[in-house]
Design a binder for this molecule. Structure first.
Ligand SMILES: O=c1[nH]cnc2c1ncn2[C@@H]1O[C@H](CO)[C@@H](O)[C@H]1O
Ligand SMILES: [Zn+2]
Length: 434
């Protein structure tokens, strides 16, 4: 097959790894960035995009979400995690099926693409159906099945089988855009036996692990009274932790646990909006960054956020650290850009492929239009303009794996209106089942 080439002309590039002080042209050859230089000829190029007036960034990476939960947006607000999950979300999730999860994932994909996210890391149910939505939308994803056994041996076996089947069916699917991780839900819903088995299977199959840890004070109290150890101490004691473990939340950490995270090179997904909305607490992100721990960003599900706008999430992360430490110098806009891009790639073990704008990396790129009231005057500090002034609706063009998913705010792979209609119908059906 002939190569497919896209040339982006006159791009002001904002990248976490490289300072580009002048405008550049960037050539995409199939799925890869093949050249970045001052003037690339448009001869024999299939498509030219003029980036004048726009900022070119790596696509944002959302390392913790439950994409199909877009269906539950706004249905259980103003509650703490325990009451939110037990009395509201789990009863609704009991009626889910593959089709509902597929529709919810499509709705989520529309929102992600429109707000400049090109990769998301998911933990949920009916993941083969989520994979179908990933395949069709053109986005990149790390998928895990959320395993919960509550100590039941039968359930444990069935849950592990489901995650292994997902791995066999979908890992490296969709032209390599899909990876599969294990998704034991948390130390309070997954038994020690489940966690030990997952660790063993992860080593045998070279799989990574995605889990919620240390989200609320209640979790710390419950795990401490059951195990005599705090969550990270407990996970360390059973040999569960390692550089291949991605932990969402990590709000309540003592100094010993920060040492444990560092020693094991555990990756973190910080979810500030969810932590604020469920009143879970404030993660010590600036302290984690001071310790050179890899902190990435996630929105969590749309039912505890309530949107999937990663630019808004990064701004919240930055402001929350400033106000909680009473130090305006922490979590700068430059750091926020890195957290939303290259750190996300590292958190998912994909730093050789995505997270920065470099020749040889996958062409996962977005353009943000500065010709918008909230971005004028054009700041010479690009990261400030993106993190503090912009939001997801300023994203104009989204490219993933060399494929244009949105251009001039128009989606190319998904029919927005059809998905909105189906999602509205799905939630009405789900509500009627309660
Ligand atoms: O913030 C959270 N903490 C704990 N569980 C959550 C959170 N958000 C969503 N889920 C739940 O995790 C499971 C995914 O496999 C789902 O039950 C989802 O509702
Ligand atoms: Zn979550």
């Amino acid at each position: 097959m002939a190569d497919n080439t896209i040339l982006i002309k006159n791009a002001v590039i904002l990248d976490p790894n490289t300072d580009y002080d002048e405008k550049k042209d960037l050539l995409i050859n199939n799925d890869l960035i093949s050249e970045i230089s001052d003037n690339i000829s448009d001869e024999n190029v299939d498509k030219v995009i003029d980036a004048t007036g726009k900022i070119l960034l790596p696509g944002f990476i959302n390392t913790h979400t439950h994409l199909s939960m877009t269906l539950f947006r706004g249905l259980a607000d103003d509650l703490a995690l325990d009451e939110w999950l037990n009395d509201n979300i789990w009863p609704m999730e009991a009626n889910l099926n593959g089709n509902y999860c597929y529709i919810g994932a499509l709705l989520g994909a529309v929102e992600l693409i429109k707000s400049g996210t090109t990769t998301f890391s998911d933990m949920y149910f009916y993941m083969e159906d989520v994979a179908k939505a990933v395949e069709e939308s053109g986005i990149r994803a790390v998928l895990s099945y959320g395993m919960i056994d509550f100590g039941d041996e039968e359930k444990r076996k069935a849950e592990i089988e489901k995650n292994m089947a997902l791995f066999k069916n979908c890992h490296d699917a969709a032209d390599g855009r899909i990876k599969v991780f294990f998704g034991p839900h948390s130390p309070y819903t997954a038994s020690e036996e489940l966690l030990r088995e997952v660790r063993k299977l992860a080593d045998e199959n070279d799989m990574k692990i995605h889990i919620h840890v240390s989200e609320t004070q209640k979790e710390i109290n419950d795990v401490s009274s059951e195990k005599g150890l705090r969550p990270f101490e407990y996970l360390d004691s059973i040999g569960f932790l390692g550089p291949d473990v991605l932990c969402a939340h990590c709000v309540w950490l003592n100094d010993n646990e920060i040492d444990i995270i560092k020693k094991n090179d555990v990756k973190i997904s910080h979810n500030p909006c969810s932590n604020m909305k469920l009143a879970s607490g404030i993660a010590p992100v600036s302290k984690l960054l001071e310790n050179d721990i890899c902190v990435s960003i996630g929105t969590d599900g749309a039912s505890s956020n309530n949107n999937l706008d990663l630019i808004e999430e990064l701004k919240t992360a930055s402001l929350l650290q400033k106000v909680s430490t009473l130090d305006p110098k922490v979590l700068t806009s430059d750091e926020a850009i890195a957290i939303g891009t290259i750190n996300g790639a590292k958190a998912l073990g994909l730093e050789d492929e995505i997270g920065s704008i470099e020749v040889g990396k996958k062409a996962d790129l977005i353009l943000i239009d500065t010709n918008n009231a909230n971005m004028i005057p054009d700041s010479s500090n690009l990261s400030s303009n993106i993190i503090y002034s912009a939001n997801g609706s300023n994203v104009d063009t989204t490219i993933c794996n060399g494929q244009i998913l949105m251009e001039n705010k128009k989606l190319t792979t998904l029919d927005e209106q059809e998905i909105y209609d189906k999602a509205r119908k799905a939630i009405e059906e789900l509500k009627a089942l309660l």
